[in-house]
Design a protein around this ligand. Structure first.
Ligand code: PHE
Length: 456
């Protein structure tokens, strides 16, 4: 009986714990590091608008579907899909969904940890006052020096991976709730402080306009694909993280409201980060399209030139590291939960093995910025390639299939039994989006850039 299923990995204390954990997963480097830099690379306003559409029209409905699947299965995503396929007699190939997700999460972790390592390095640099009084150029070269130094990158990457291993080995449910409850609001406060600083520069208006002035002439199909992929990435969709957290969610908690809350918080953090970063970019004559270093150049510069900057700056990077930590945990959790179920090994062993493997594969990203920087395939370094493969291909594809599975394949009573609003207009709307709109939108955004690439 589905009603009686509970997960062997535990159940959240309440709906709030789920909200906190899912927000912990969603809010991470994607919001503070990736969103601003891809917005900068893709021309600003129009890109932001497309991204917001993707969140609202595709991301939120698919997130509901993913939570629903997790709560139906109450196991790791791989076994949840296997169970559902068995119980409902649907085609075997749907089991692939769980697999693609777990592999995508694992691959993302391999490079996510390297970037989180940058953030750890900045805790140290901020704390030792490296940026005090430095101009934009100097802050930029400090960043370049970091990237050019594989030993240093390796050290911080390893440290971060150890941090992830320690938490996941003990079980996700314990520490996470407390950490998220305190640290997320603090991070948000510091971002607001940075917006305050941005307001004091002479370029707040320009930064604001860059983010919100919509000019579609700057938009391309490949930018739309990046926006779509990022909507999945930032909401932690399409790789089982939300499904596995959903599987720990109490039966009575409402899915729709919960998901809306998580998505709204996530989007808010990204926009506030953008508002903090772009005015600083323009007031220092930096290029918005500077790439992955954007946050690591602009913000240290701001901290280096404000009162108590050393203190706030250190705290800021501590909090960014925490946000990355709570996301990284959810990247590996689906794989760990599966190894525990499948091989009946204990959680500690499963975690150490998988994290070690992820650390090892992560070396490819470490070297992407120095020793292997020239080693590219179709213009991609290892890091670029992994980022593109996971965020722009695997996540949207698996999201598409989640929508199709819940919209078309999963028996209706199961879907209805999970949602409180099964008679209402909202339910009809959600179902329509899941069956038609989301799949179509993903397909179009997905196919056109590929078509352009290969036909043009
Ligand atoms: N959502 C996280 C972020 O924005 C990254 C992530 C992706 C985490 C997928 C889990 C799953 O940083």
């Amino acid at each position: 009986m589905t009603e009686q299923k509970i997960s062997i990995h535990g159940v959240w204390g309440s709906r709030w714990t789920f909200i906190l954990a899912a927000t912990g997963s969603a809010v991470g480097l994607g919001n503070i590091w990736k969103f601003p830099y891809i917005t900068g690379e893709n021309g600003g306003g129009a890109f932001v608008l497309v991204y917001l559409f993707c969140i609202a029209l595709i991301g939120i409905p698919i997130m509901m579907a993913e939570v629903l699947l997790g709560r139906q299965g109450r196991q790791s995503p791989i076994n949840t899909m296997r169970e559902l396929v068995r119980e409902t007699g649907t085609h075997k190939s749907w089991k692939l969904l769980g697999w693609v997700g777990a592999i995508a999460g694992f691959l993302i972790l391999t490079y996510y940890s390297v970037i989180a390592g940058w953030s750890l390095n900045y805790v140290y640099e901020m704390g030792s006052g490296t940026f005090s009084g430095k101009d934009g150029q100097q802050v930029g070269s400090i960043f370049d020096e970091l990237l050019a130094n594989p030993k240093q990158l390796l050290f911080w990457h390893s440290l971060f991976m150890v941090m992830v291993t320690v938490v996941v080995a003990q079980g996700v449910i314990k520490g996470l709730e407390k950490a998220v409850r305190i640290l997320m609001p603090l991070l948000f406060l510091l971002l607001i402080l940075l917006v305050g600083y941005a307001l004091s520069t002479d370029s707040f208006g320009r930064g604001f306009a860059f983010l919100f002035h919509v000019d579609f002439s700057k938009m391309t199909w490949s930018a739309a694909l990046t926006a779509l992929g990022h909507a999945f990435f930032t909401l932690s969709l399409g790789m089982g993280a939300i499904m596995v957290y959903g599987s720990y969610m109490p039966k009575k908690a409402s899915i729709g409201g919960t998901v809306l809350m998580v998505a709204a918080l996530d989007t808010l953090v990204a926009l506030v980060a953008g508002l903090a970063i772009f005015p600083i970019v323009f007031s220092n004559g930096l290029a918005p399209g500077a790439g992955p270093g954007l946050m690591f150049i602009t913000l240290p510069h701001a901290f280096g030139n404000m009162g108590f900057g050393q203190l706030f700056g250190t705290l800021f990077f501590v909090l960014v590291t925490f946000a990355a930590w709570s996301s990284a945990i959810s990247l590996i959790e689906p794989a760990v939960a599966w190894v525990v179920e499948r091989f009946k090994v204990n959680r500690g062993l499963a975690t150490v093995m998988l994290c070690f493997l992820a650390w090892f594969v992560g070396l490819g990203t470490v070297f992407s910025f120095n020793l292997w920087a020239e080693m590219t395939l179709a213009g991609f370094t290892v890091f670029d390639g992994l980022d593109f493969l996971t965020a722009n291909i695997m996540l949207p594809l698996s999201g598409l299939f989640i929508a199709l599975y819940v919209g078309w394949v999963l028996p209706q009573q199961r879907v209805k039994s999970e949602l409180a609003l099964s008679q209402s207009v909202l339910y009809q709307l959600w179902r329509f989006v899941l069956r038609f709109l989301a799949p179509l939108a993903v397909l179009i955004v997905f196919m056109v850039p590929l078509y352009e690439k290969f036909a043009g």
